[in-house]
Each structure stands twice: as C-alpha cells, then as structure tokens.
Design a protein around this ligand. Structure first.
Ligand code: SAM
Length: 204
C-alpha cells in the first residue's frame, strides 16, 4: 500500500509513511473485507459509511503537519483507522462519531491495539468537544457544506482545520489556519466523502 499507492503519488512525509506502514488497516474492517483492506479504495464499514481510501488518509494526515505533541480533534470516527494513524503522530486524539455502534466497535479495536490516548465520544461532531478545546488540529472526515462555526471557535491560535467542503456529492479538501484570530484558507485536493450530518452540517 505504502510503496504502490502513497509514495508514487507524492506522499513524502516519512513519519506519515511509517505510521501507515505500522497501523494494521485490516483490523479496522469486517472479516469479509479483510483481504481488500489494503486496496486503493474506500471500503464499506456498514451503516452506509466508509473507511477512507488509504491515499486520502495519507494526504489529510500529511496536510495536518503533525510533529508529535499536538492535541487533535477528529470528526467522524468511522472505523477508527484515521484516529489510529493520528495517534501514531500526535499527542491526545479526541474523536467524535454520531453512530453509536460504529464508535463502540472503533473503541474496541483502538483499545486492543493499545491506543490509550485516543478518546471517543458519541454525538454531533459539528458542535465540537468544548471541554477539551482548544485543539491544535481539527480534521473532519465527512463532507461538509462549510466549516462548522463551533469548530472554528475551538481551534487554537496557529492551529489548522482540515475538511472536505462542497456539496453532498463532491468536495475539495479545505485547509485553514488560524492566525491572530483570523482563518486563512486554501483549497487542495478534490475528493468525495459521505455527508457530515448535524446541526452545523447537512440536515438528515
Ligand atoms: N475517519 C473514518 C475512518 O478512519 O474510518 C472514516 C470516516 S467516514 C468517511 C465518515 C464518518 O463520519 C461516518 O462514520 C459518519 O457516521 C460520521 N459522521 C457524519 N456526520 C457526523 C457528525 N455530525 N458527527 C460525528 N460523526 C459524523
């Protein structure tokens, strides 16, 4: 996966490549999907949701520019795979999922692999997790109509928020950095994510 999919497409951050070599992606998908776990595609994890394509996980992780100590908030735990990759590269990882059983299953896998610094919550991630704010990095792994205002409010000075932003069917990865209380935004890679559903996302 790393040599055939990530390196040839330009993923160059050694720490990201090492983390993706290390995290056992097959443990984050159901038994019948395991032989396809390292394919160059997103895979179904149930409930109409997906574990993102490895390349997309790598691009997003690289864009976050993690150095080891950051406090990270992820919206959309899904399988827990992205959270595990983040946990290899940052400090505490807070991850929110709206589907209770997905969060429970992800929590089991993450605990079994020893990721004690990944903290899971069930709820509407568009509201963020104010008790633990501010966050150095925020990553949304579902497609949003725009950046949810509560998440912008929970971003630390100098921090980065990354989200697929667009319509329900196609988005662009938006990277925004907070400098002196203002967000500077840049659009990156085109992408397709399942919708971010919530108070500050899509309705239903
Ligand atoms: N990061 C995940 C992984 O590594 O497997 C993939 C995430 S999947 C593409 C998107 C996830 O976002 C789904 O599990 C979906 O239920 C969740 N989601 C959608 N809206 C949400 C919200 N408002 N709050 C929390 N989770 C949400």
């Amino acid at each position: 996966m790393v040599e055939r999919q990530l390196v040839p497409r330009g993923i160059a951050d050694r720490r990201v490549l090492e983390a993706m070599r290390k995290v056992p992606r097959h443990l984050f998908v159901d038994e019948p999907m395991r032989e396809r776990a390292y394919d160059d595609s997103a895979l179904s994890i149930g409930e109409g949701q997906t574990i993102s394509q490895p390349y997309m996980v790598a691009v997003m992780t690289e864009l976050l520019g993690l150095s080891g100590e950051e406090k990270v908030l992820e919206i959309g735990t899904g399988s827990g795979y992205q959270a595990a990759v983040l946990a290899e590269l940052a400090g505490d990882v807070y991850t929110i999922e709206r589907v209770e059983w997905l969060s429970a299953r992800a929590g089991e896998v993450l605990r079994s692999l020893g990721y004690a610094h990944v903290h899971l919550m069930v709820g509407d991630g568009t509201r963020g997790w104010p008790e633990f704010a501010p966050f150095d990095r925020i990553i949304i792994t579902a497609g949003a109509p725009d950046l949810p205002p509560p998440l912008i409010g929970q971003l630390a000075e100098g921090g980065t928020i990354l989200a697929p932003v667009g319509d329900r069917f196609s988005q662009q990865l938006l990277k925004a950095t907070m400098r002196k209380g203002k967000l500077s935004k840049e659009f990156r890679v085109p992408c397709v994510f399942v919708p971010l559903v919530g108070e500050h996302g899509w309705k239903g």
